[in-house]
Design a protein around this ligand. Structure first.
Ligand SMILES: *Cc1c(COP(=O)(O)O)cnc(C)c1O
Length: 384
């Protein structure tokens, strides 16, 4: 399906709402019925009915159709946060005694899900370096029900070979799931490579304006319906119609914003790599990136987020550099209009800081929609 068609037309039945170009926000909790017979049918099969907005709502339906089509998936569910789109399907599809093989260092709350939350239900996780497929293969046990991926990682950018891992998992009947937040649907389509479930934080590029928290899950209709009918309706991580409308609006300009962020990141990473105070720059589309071949094979473009290290990377030097920035903001998250920085040391207690740990020295930067020159001049004055 044409991306322009998906973003501008798919799911929009304008004749049903006065031919308005922009869809209405159907801000209602419930829907009425004219007959008991219709009411009974909706109660029996909520997945196919407008009954109650914890389940289905027309504004969310438009969004879900577009998100499913972008991923090449049969169906999509939207959630009130990205982490709900990760946690709910895992809670839905695993049971006591099951085992998970996960890439090491996934998103921070995903680590907490695997380490603190799932063990309460007797589900245990083995973390492996997923850049070598053999490590994943070797960690599989007869109890393994899920292989969990995040490619690229959003701090250190390790990739996994999605097609190769999907093939191994299919042979063994193991489910695969990926957090695809970094690339989003335009730059990587894991379902086309054989991955079963794709989660992403729509708070990032899809929302795109740092004003909404949301998540997306795509997959086969059978699995999405299974999750909807049980854990989704029980846990209730529903997105509001207003937030769904903001995401539909975000989608209209997603290709433009991603391209801008990608192009500016190219310029800024090239400039940083040459700066005498900078040690190394890690970005999947840099020519020196260690998995560059794989990145170009499975990604159609690159997110505008990268990490770098300073040659003098004491806590004091890293803090002084970040504190001196005037325009690049210090904040969590990414994917909005504004460029952001977060040094790894902000998330580590100083007692735990180890100068020998390369992850501790990383400074993560997200490139927003500003001009490259504007960002470079801010970096230049802060690097000193
Ligand atoms: C932000 C993020 C999440 C969580 O999404 P929320 O919308 O904040 O709940 C999950 N994975 C990655 C890689 C993220 O960057």
């Amino acid at each position: 399906m044409d991306i322009s068609y998906i973003l501008n037309e798919l799911g929009e039945e304008r004749e049903n709402y006065f031919n308005a170009v922009s869809p209405p926000i159907i801000q209602t909790s419930n829907f009425t019925f004219k007959t008991v017979s219709d009411f009974r049918q909706a109660l029996a099969e909520e997945y196919d009915a407008l009954l109650y907005s914890r389940g289905q709502n027309p504004t969310l339906t438009i969004l879900r159709q577009k998100l499913a089509a972008l991923d090449g998936a049969e169906d999509a569910l939207v959630f009130s946060s990205g982490i709900a789109a990760v946690s709910v399907p895992i809670l839905a599809l695993l049971k006591q005694g099951d085992h998970v093989v996960s890439v090491e260092n996934p998103y921070s709350w995903t680590i907490k899900l695997f380490n603190n939350f799932l063990p309460k239900f007797g589900i245990h996780t083995t973390f492996v370096d997923g850049s070598d497929v053999e490590n994943i293969k070797n960690a599989i046990t007869p109890q393994t029900k899920l292989i969990y991926l995040e490619s690229p990682n959003t701090f250190s950018y390790e990739l996994q070979d999605l097609a190769a891992i999907a093939k191994i998992a299919r042979e063994k009947g193991i489910l695969t799931m990926i957090d695809n937040s970094y690339c989003g649907p335009l730059y990587q389509q894991p379902i086309r490579l054989g991955i079963d479930l794709v989660a992403q934080s729509a708070t990032k590029y899809i929302g795109g304006h740092s004003d909404v928290v949301a998540g997306v899950l795509t997959g086969s209709k059978a699995v999405i319906k299974r999750i909807f009918d049980h854990e989704f309706m029980n846990i209730g991580p529903t997105l509001s119609p207003h937030s769904a409308w903001l995401l539909i609006r975000g989608l209209r300009t997603l290709p433009l914003r991603m391209q801008r962020s990608f192009e500016t990141a190219k310029v800024v990473t090239a400039w940083l790599a040459k700066h005498p105070a900078v040690d190394k720059v890690i970005w999947p589309f840099n020519p020196t990136f260690k998995q560059s071949e794989l990145a170009h094979r499975q990604m159609q473009g690159c997110g505008g987020m990268f990490s770098f290290t300073l040659k003098e990377s004491s806590v004091q030097k890293i803090e002084a550099f970040c504190d001196r920035l005037r325009h690049i903001l210090m904040a969590v998250s990414w994917g909005g209009h504004e460029s952001l920085i977060i040094p790894s040391i902000a998330g580590i207690s100083l007692a735990d800081y180890s100068p020998d740990n390369p992850r501790h020295q990383l400074i993560r930067m997200y490139v927003g929609l500003e001009d490259a020159d504007y960002l470079i001049s801010d970096l230049e004055q802060a690097l000193g």
